[in-house]
Write a protein of this length. Structure first.
Length: 538
C-alpha cells in the first residue's frame, strides 16, 4: 500500500461538538456515492460527498459503464438467487432484481437532465442475457450512455485510462452534472478517517483527514459508506484470499476504509473471498501499482457457445509448462483468475502464480495483447497497439524455439513442447477436449518466434465487506442494524458467488438510491451546542 494513500482508522465517541453540520455524509465519489447523494438531496437532505483521492470516479469511471437492466424482475431474481448459491438473503436480492427492472428509466431520467446527453440503444452489445444459462438469464440487457457532446475525456478526466468504447467516463460525466445541478458539495482530497458514534453506537458523523484533518462533520441523519473495496490493501488480500500475490487493476484508493470503519462499530462481514478479476501482466517497474490486464475478448454464454468466435491468440501454462485451464471462460474478466489460486500442499507453493501466457509471432501481430483501466493522478501507462513497447520493456519476451522458451521460464522443454503440440492438435480438431475452450477462440501456436509473458491473478474490484439488509443498513455481528450507517455499491456487495457483468454498476445505482432515500427519511438526532470559545477539534 502506497504511503501517500491515507487509510481509515476506525471510530471515536461523540464529544458533543462539530465544526460543520450536514444531514447526510457520503464517503466515496464513484457511481454509488454519486447516486446516493443525488437521491438523498432529492429527498430533502443537505449532503456532503467526501472523496479521499484528488480525482473523482473511483473504479466506476474505469468501467464499461453499462448498467445491467432486466425486462422482468422475477426472472432477474431467479437468476441472482441461482448464481449467489445461498450466500445472500432473498430480500436483499429481491431489491436488486426489482431495481434492475427500473434501472433503464432511472438512467434515462438522469440523462434527460444533462444537455446533449443520450443513451445508446439497449442492445448496443449485440446480445442479451446473463453470463450463464441459469433460470431467468434471458431477461438481462445493458443501458449505457454515449459520450455527450460536452465531454472531452482528455480535458475532463485526464488521468483515466480506459478503452475508447468504455462508457464509464460518459456515465460519470452525467452523474457529475446531476450533482452540480443540485448544488451538492463535493470535497476531493478529503479522506474520512473515522466515524463518530453516539452512546447507543449510533453514527453521528465523521472525522476528516487531509487538509481538513481533525475536522468533525456532523451527519444528522446518516453516513453512507460508498468507498469501494480493498483491492489495494495487500494485508487484507493476504488475510482473506488463498492465492497470493493478487495484483490490483484500477485504483490505489480502495484500501478497505469502509470495512475498517464499519468493523469499528461491530459490523459483520460477508463475501470476503469473492472478487471480480482476471489474469494480467505485471509492469517491470516494481513501484508501478497496477496490473496490465490481458486483452478482453467478448463474453459468451454456455447456452450459445458458438457465439464465442473471436480468436484468442494464446494459451496459459503453469510453471512446469502444462496447460491447466480454459483461458476463455464465459466471463473471462471475472473468473479466469480462479484456477490460478491452486496451492500445492506438499511444497506449500503456488505453481500457477505466476503463470505464463504463450503465443507466437502471428498471435503477437493479431492485436494488442493487453490494456489498462486506471484512474490515478500519479501513474499512467498506455499499451502499444502492436505490442512493440511491451517487448522493449520486457513485459513480453521472445524465444526462437519452445526449448529456448522453456529455459527462460524454468520449465522442462519436453513438457512444454508436448503442451503446445497437444494444443495445436486440438485446434486442428476444432475441439478443446481437455478444458472446454470454445472452438471459435482456438488458434494454433506454430509461427516462431514465440512470444510469452508472466501473468498473475488480478482483482478489478472486491465484493466483500459489511453485511447489509434490504434497506442498505449495515448490520452488526448480532444481525442488528447499526443506527444511521448505510452501505452502497461494491462495499459489501450482494454478489457472493458468481458475478454478473455490469452487475456492480447496476448495484451502484440500485443500492445508491435505496441508501440515499432511506438516509434522508430518518429523523435527525439532536446536536449539542459546543462550549463557547471552543471548536470541535479542540
Amino acid at each position: 500500500m502506497h504511503a501517500d494513500i491515507p487509510r481509515a482508522e476506525g471510530a471515536e465517541l461523540d464529544r458533543g461538538a462539530f465544526d460543520e453540520t450536514y444531514d447526510v455524509v457520503v464517503v466515496g465519489y464513484g457511481f454509488a456515492g454519486g447516486i446516493s447523494a443525488i437521491e438523498a438531496a432529492d429527498h430533502g437532505a443537505k449532503v456532503l460527498i467526501c472523496e479521499k483521492m484528488p480525482d473523482p470516479g473511483g473504479v466506476s469511471i474505469c468501467s464499461g459503464g453499462a448498467v445491467r437492466c432486466a425486462d422482468n424482475a422475477d426472472d432477474a431474481f431467479a437468476y441472482l438467487k441461482a448464481t449467489n448459491a445461498g450466500t445472500t438473503p432473498d430480500d436483499v436480492l429481491r431489491v436488486l432484481a426489482d431495481g434492475m427492472a427500473v434501472a433503464e428509466s432511472y438512467v434515462k431520467k438522469l440523462v434527460a437532465e444533462v444537455e446533449g446527453a443520450a443513451c445508446k440503444p439497449t442492445e448496443f452489445s449485440g446480445k442479451r442475457g446473463g453470463n450463464y444459462p441459469f433460470p431467468g438469464w434471458e431477461t438481462f440487457y445493458h443501458t449505457q450512455v454515449d459520450d455527450p457532446p460536452g465531454l472531452d475525456r482528455r480535458r475532463d478526466f485526464p488521468n483515466v485510462r480506459t478503452r475508447p468504447s468504455s462508457g464509464g467516463p460518459g456515465m460519470f460525466w452525467v452523474i457529475e452534472k446531476n450533482i452540480r445541478r443540485r448544488g451538492i458539495e463535493v470535497r476531493l482530497n478529503t479522506p474520512v478517517m473515522k466515524l463518530i458514534r453516539g452512546p447507543e453506537n449510533d453514527v453521528r458523523g465523521v472525522v476528516l483527514g487531509g487538509a481538513g484533518g481533525g475536522r468533525r462533520i456532523a451527519a444528522r441523519r446518516a453516513v453512507i459508506l460508498a468507498c469501494g473495496g480493498f483491492e489495494s490493501n495487500d494485508e487484507m488480500k493476504i488475510r482473506y484470499w488463498e492465492g497470493k500475490p493478487v495484483l490490483a487493476a484500477s485504483s490505489r484508493g480502495n484500501t478497505g476504509d469502509g470495512i475498517h470503519m464499519a468493523q469499528a462499530l461491530g459490523a459483520d462481514l460477508w463475501h470476503m473471498w469473492h472478487f471480480h478479476g482476471c489474469y494480467a501482466f505485471r509492469h517491470p517497474d516494481p513501484d508501478f501499482p497496477f496490473a496490465l490486464r490481458v486483452k478482453r475478448l467478448p463474453d459468451w454464454n454456455p447456452a450459445k457457445k458458438d457465439d464465442a468466435n473471436v480468436k484468442m491468440a494464446w494459451v496459459v501454462v503453469d510453471q512446469r509448462g502444462r496447460r491447466y485451464m480454459n483461458e476463455c471462460p464465459p466471463y473471462a474478466q471475472d473468473t479466469s483468475h480462479r484456477p490460478m489460486h491452486y496451492m500445492d500442499a506438499e511444497t506449500m507453493s503456488y505453481p500457477r502464480i505466476p503463470s505464463y501466457l504463450i503465443t507466437d509471432d502471428r498471435g503477437c501481430k493479431t492485436y494488442q495483447l493487453g490494456d489498462i483501466r486506471t484512474n490515478d493522478y500519479k501513474y499512467a501507462y498506455d499499451w502499444s497497439e502492436d505490442n512493440s513497447q511491451e517487448l522493449k520493456l520486457g513485459i513480453l519476451k521472445r524465444a526462437n524455439t519452445l526449448c529456448e522458451l522453456a529455459g527462460m521460464i524454468g520449465a522442462d522443454p519436453e513438457t512444454l513442447e508436448r503442451t503446445v503440440a497437444r494444443w495445436n492438435e486440438l485446434c486442428d480438431r476444432g475441439d478443446d477436449a481437455d478444458f472446454g475452450r470454445p472452438a471459435g477462440t482456438m488458434m494454433r501456436i506454430d509461427t516462431p518466434p514465440y512470444v510469452w509473458g508472466q501473468v498473475w491473478p488480478t482483482v478489478s474490484n472486491t465484493q466483500g465487506g459489511p453485511v447489509h439488509n434490504a434497506k442498505q443498513q449495515i448490520l452488526d455481528v448480532a444481525g442488528k442494524p447499526i443506527p444511521r450507517l448505510y452501505a452502497a455499491g461494491e462495499l459489501g456487495s450482494s454478489y457472493g458467488h458468481l458475478y454478473l457483468s455490469g452487475g456492480n454498476i447496476a448495484e451502484c445505482f440500485v443500492t445508491g438510491w435505496v441508501a440515499g432515500r432511506e438516509s434522508a427519511a430518518l429523523d435527525p438526532w439532536r446536536q449539542a451546542e459546543p462550549a463557547k470559545g471552543k471548536s470541535a477539534a479542540e
